[in-house]
Ligand binder design. Structure first.
Ligand SMILES: Cc1cc2nc3c(=O)[nH]c(=O)nc-3n(C[C@H](O)[C@H](O)[C@H](O)COP(=O)(O)O)c2cc1C
Length: 344
């Protein structure tokens, strides 16, 4: 280490603050960050799992994966090269990763990625009808392999309609479960830094958010909010991307979450409007349909992402809030109940 960097320590608190800007299912923020001297340790906080939307905890791990991606972006932007060891503890699968940091000058691109990470938000309004050019799409698909993930673009009208029908079927099944609906209600319209605020949810003038019989877009998953859909595109056909892995264990889900984080940050830099859509994978029957019919059983689907363009000059959706850093960051020697154990 050169004398210029001697004695420097990574700005752990700031890195975690940026990592928590990651998207998470229903904005549950199901992560805990442990500090072990100069190293960060990422744990899944299973006490925050959505037991009805996400009974097998896939979305929870994907959310932690997005945060793991974000902490790496934050480190690179602050002049640190992150080195990640995933699933380091064979006896605790909530211990998702160890991250150590080595000094390395930040590039302008790394700083721009941090800027995008801070600006990123889920925009559920209709995108414009402008197509996403093949080159742009290829750049998004290219983010999969470095994360150990394959991303498929669902572009043909037939495949797109099929996927939207699968999504609508998942929505229909989920709504039959009263506990699922109650869970959504508990996690929406909140003002306490958790869950999805009304300002991020589309205002609907009628209905209670049921999917159309022949869907032209994803089902309205959440109750009506205060966000007005300002897009007047006659025919809106955003691209749907399926983020997939070769197996379906915790490590695969973590990597899929990292790829999701990378896609969303890259899309923000490119000016895209993106929405993660997880319902088709949350329901067993529709996940199997997606895997067998659309993917010919070549891969395990982890999440779908809708990609389009925001109309020029669109007013941004307010950023959703996050839990205070002090609630999600602590020393590994005194982990909150249910997070550990930590085996160094
Ligand atoms: C694993 C995962 C699943 C998600 N599923 C959906 C979904 O089905 N529909 C949706 O509108 N948003 C979905 N989201 C987006 C979250 O609701 C959003 O990230 C969260 O509310 C925080 O808001 P932000 O992305 O604007 O920061 C999902 C996000 C993640 C990480």
């Amino acid at each position: 280490m050169g004398s210029r960097t001697m004695g420097r320590t990574p700005p752990i608190r700031r890195l975690v603050e940026l990592a928590t800007r990651a998207p998470s299912v229903h904005n549950t923020q199901p992560w805990f960050w442990g500090v072990d001297s100069d190293r960060l340790v990422l744990f899944a906080d299973r006490s925050r799992q959505l037991m009805h939307a996400d009974p097998d905890g896939r979305d929870l791990i994907l959310s932690c994966g997005a945060a793991l991606h974000h902490v790496q972006v934050a480190a690179a932007g602050a002049g640190w090269r992150p080195v990640v060891r995933r699933m380091p503890d064979a006896y605790n699968d909530a211990h998702l990763a160890n991250i150590s940091f080595h000094p390395e000058p930040a590039t302008p691109a790394a700083r721009a990625a941090v800027d995008a990470l801070e600006r990123r938000r889920t925009d559920r309004r209709s995108p414009t009808s402008s197509p996403v050019p093949r080159g742009q799409l290829d750049r998004l698909l290219g983010l999969g392999p470095p994360a150990g993930v394959t991303i498929f673009a669902v572009v043909s009208r037939q495949a797109r309609t099929e996927l939207l029908q699968i999504l609508a079927e998942a929505d229909r099944q989920q709504r039959e479960d009263r506990d699922y609906v109650d869970e959504i209600v508990r996690w929406t319209g909140r003002v306490d830094g958790e869950g999805i605020p009304s300002s991020s949810l589309l205002r609907r003038d009628s209905g209670v958010g049921r999917a159309d019989p022949v869907p032209t877009g994803p089902p309205p998953r959440f109750p009506s909010g205060s966000l007005v859909d300002d897009s007047h595109s006659p025919e809106v056909e955003p691209v749907l991307l399926a983020v997939c892995t070769s197996s379906d264990d915790t490590a695969s889900r973590l990597r899929a979450g990292e790829a999701l984080g990378a896609m969303l940050v890259h899309g923000t830099v490119a000016g895209m409007a993106m929405v993660p859509l997880s319902q088709a994978i949350e329901v067993d029957r529709t996940r199997v349909l997606l895997q067998d019919d659309l993917l010919s059983d070549t891969a395990s689907p982890q999440i779908v992402v809708q990609v389009g363009w925001a109309p020029p000059g669109r007013i941004q959706v307010p950023l959703t809030r996050r839990r205070p850093v002090d609630d999600v960051l602590g020393d590994v020697s005194s982990l909150p109940p249910g997070i550990g154990p930590y085996h160094p």
